[in-house]
Ligand binder design. Structure first.
Ligand code: CA
Length: 224
């Protein structure tokens, strides 16, 4: 899952990015409101974490601008103090949740997961397709109760395919969700990773779950 962090305090931004990466997320940083608007409207993100006090364009204005462009990506805003006014204004502008600084990283992760779950309409901490189970807390993957060991990147690819099971996902779309902004889309490294994931998930099991749609992309589904 790919997250955009809009935060002008470099230390805070890199602390969040590092922590997210340890939790198998991919993250980009925008250092001010204008860059935040540019990235959030040109790239695909699963959640946006946004500080309220930003140079060039404040967070409230930025949320309004994003929503005006019909971008529905969940927004978690960071407020500096316990100001009720900030929170109400932010939520009214279109933010989905808020967190007051300073915060515990565990709480940030919990709120992110809650925002991601909202899209799925479920409260589960596991993703399941057929006999394939991905545990979002422990980052472990099982098929037919047998553990499958994946690298962090392979895990990210599988998580995205499972969250979008039955949908055909293009190579570009996959790259947009599992790599950050600086990734060179011309390389074929993504294909190498997908092939690895596919062979780990499909090999030694009766039914393949990850299917290649030639010239279009990939789909993860349980054919029944
Ligand atoms: Ca700030």
């Amino acid at each position: 899952m790919r997250i955009l962090i809009i935060e002008d305090e470099k230390k805070v931004a890199s602390f969040i990015k590092k922590g997210l990466e340890e939790e198998y997320f991919v993250a980009d940083i925008a250092g001010d409101g204008k860059e935040g608007l540019k990235l959030s409207t040109s790239e695909e993100y699963d959640v946006i974490i946004m500080d309220i006090m930003l140079p060039y364009m404040d967070g409230i204005t930025l949320i309004k601008e994003i929503r005006k462009r019909e971008i529905v990506t969940p927004v978690l805003m960071l407020t500096v103090n316990d100001s009720i006014k900030d929170k109400v204004e932010g939520l009214d502008a279109g933010a989905d949740d808020y967190l007051t600084k300073p915060f515990a990283f565990e709480e940030l992760i919990a709120r992110l997961r809650a925002l991601l779950r909202r899209n799925e309409n479920s409260k589960t901490s596991k993703l399941t397709v057929g006999d394939l189970v991905l545990d979002l807390q422990s980052h472990r993957v099982f098929r037919n109760n047998q553990e499958i060991i994946l690298t962090p990147k392979e895990y990210s690819i599988l998580e995205y395919l499972m969250r979008n099971s039955k949908k055909v996902i293009s190579r570009t779309k996959l790259i947009e969700h599992v790599y950050d902004y600086h990734f060179d889309t011309e390389t074929n490294i993504i294909d190498v990773y997908i092939n690895k994931v596919r062979s780990k998930i499909n090999t030694n099991f009766e039914k393949p779950l990850i299917h290649t749609i030639r010239g279009i992309g990939y789909v993860l589904k349980d054919d029944d």
